[in-house]
Design a protein around this ligand. Sequence first.
Ligand code: NAD
Length: 235
Amino acid sequence: MSSIRNIVVLTGAGVSAESGIDTFRTEGGLWERYKPEDVATPEAFARDPDLVLAFYDMRRAAIQEKQPNAAHFALGRLDAEWPGELLIVTQNIDDLHERGGAKRMLHMHGQHLNAWCGACDVRSPWTGLLADRPPCPACGTRALRPDVVWFGEMPYRMDEIHAALRKADLFVSIGTSGAVYPAAGFVRGARDLGARTLELNLEPSQGSRWFHECRHGPATEVVAAWVEEMLAPER
Ligand code: NAD
């Protein structure tokens, strides 16, 4: 472990589950009531923009009432104290990593608290509603959509992610099912390039077999314990 200097952490919906934000798999949760193809694709937005905007308005409002949990705070502490390179890549569109103190991070699937103008391409911070078609703060056109990457769209900042994966000594996947590509492929890429790979998830994920080591349990426990271990002086 002591040869580890550069770390890439990938997080998914599981890291926010204990903050009360549904994962795709939460029984009785949001994703049992809405199919991703009805609300999270460009085709759905073209077909029924009112439904899609109302869905994201509801989630944007809900997320602002949630609080970061011990896993977000542990990763914020890792960011503050880890002396080597670190990149936290989140698939989540909530802002709980930021509120947990993480700075060396990026949102590969966009973020709820941004609106993106289809007319001028400018992204603006956004906490309110989009369903009532407000004007873009930059150009005034009523063409705002949530700044989230839908199924079938290209994730953001892939060049930065691949550059970090190439240098990584350790790749850690937290709370993600290993079902959504390209993120699900990062473990194999990192491993092929020589990184050690660790999964921290509630249960074995679809990609568990690709990891050198898996620790299963709630993120608030397993992530906090792993960060303690990484920052322990005797490492
Ligand atoms: P997913 O729902 O497919 O998988 C979540 C994973 O987290 C599962 O493997 C589950 O076992 C695990 N998990 C559940 N509770 C956990 C806990 N308390 N501790 C640790 N692990 C736990 O989510 P995904 O892999 O992130 O992929 C789905 C896509 O939808 C991604 O883009 C995702 O970010 C997005 N999404 C985002 C949010 C959010 O922003 N918070 C919520 C739902 C879905």
